[in-house]
Design a binder for this molecule. Structure first.
Ligand code: GRF
Length: 215
C-alpha cells in the first residue's frame, strides 16, 4: 500500500465519530492514520477517548484567541506540524474562517446528520421531524465556506419511525454515521473519491450510498 494519509480530527464534544475513525484506522490495510485530535473545548469527552486509544489529543481553546482567524491559524499550524494531509471534522462546533477553508480545500471533510442539502445547521433532527420526512440520514462532504455544504462524498439513509423524537432519530442516525464516516474517509484517502468541479467523482464500484441500516 502507498503511504497512509495522515489525518487530523477536530472535535468539540463526545467524539463518537472520532472513535469510529480511530477504530477504522486500526486495520492494517486502511489508507489513513489519525495523526492528531484537536478539541477547541478543554472538557470534550473525546479527548480522553482518543488518549485511551493511544492517539495524541490536544486542546486549542478558541477563547484564548482574539479572533476566529487567529484561532484557525493556530489550528492549521498545529495540523501542519503534525504532518496532517486530511482534516476530518467530527462534531466540531465552530464556524471556520474562509482562510482555513481555502487552506484545506478538498482535503477537509465534515459529517452532518441529515441528507444534505436538507436540514443544514442546528437541530437537523428537529428540522426533519417538523418537515415530516419519512427518511433522514447522514452526509459526509468536503467543506466549503457555506455551512453544511460542499461536494458530497457519501450518504447513509435512515428511516424516520412513527413516534420518533429528535433524540431517538439522532441515536438511529448516529449508528449510521459510525459506518459512513470511516467508509467516506477510506474513499478519499485511497484516492477512490475526488473532487471534480463541485462534485465528487468516484472509481467505478465505489460505495457512496448506504441504504437504510435499520429498516
Ligand atoms: C454527530 O451527529 C455529527 O454528525 C454532528 O455532531 C454529532 C457529533 O457527535 N456534526 P460525536 O461527537 O461524533 O459523538
Amino acid at each position: 500500500m502507498t503511504q497512509r494519509k495522515r489525518v487530523g480530527v477536530l472535535i468539540s464534544g463526545r467524539g463518537s465519530n472520532m472513535a469510529a475513525l480511530i477504530e477504522a484506522c486500526r486495520a492494517p490495510d486502511f489508507p489513513a492514520e489519525i495523526a492528531l485530535v484537536i478539541s477547541n473545548r478543554p472538557k470534550a469527552a473525546g479527548l480522553e477517548t482518543a488518549r485511551a486509544a493511544g492517539i495524541a489529543a490536544e486542546v486549542i481553546n478558541h477563547k484564548h484567541f482574539p479572533s476566529r482567524e487567529a484561532f484557525d491559524e493556530s489550528v492549521t499550524e498545529r495540523l501542519r506540524s503534525a504532518g496532517v494531509e486530511l482534516v476530518c471534522m467530527a462534531g466540531f462546533m465552530r464556524i471556520q474562517s474562509s482562510a482555513f477553508v481555502e487552506t484545506w480545500r478538498n482535503r477537509h471533510l465534515n459529517i452532518h446528520p441529515s441528507l444534505l442539502p436538507s436540514f443544514r445547521g442546528l437541530d437537523p433532527h428537529g428540522q426533519a421531524l417538523a418537515a415530516g420526512v419519512r427518511v433522514s440520514g447522514a452526509t459526509v462532504h468536503f467543506v466549503r465556506d457555506e455551512m453544511d455544504a460542499g461536494p458530497i462524498v457519501a450518504q447513509a439513509v435512515v428511516p424516520v419511525e412513527p413516534g420518533d423524537t429528535a433524540d431517538t432519530l439522532a441515536a438511529r442516525v448516529l449508528k449510521a454515521e459510525h459506518v459512513l464516516y470511516p467508509h467516506a474517509l477510506k474513499l478519499v484517502a485511497s484516492g477512490d473519491a475526488w473532487v471534480e468541479g463541485e462534485a465528487v467523482r468516484t472509481r467505478p464500484g465505489a460505495q457512496v450510498l448506504f441504504p437504510s441500516v435499520s429498516a
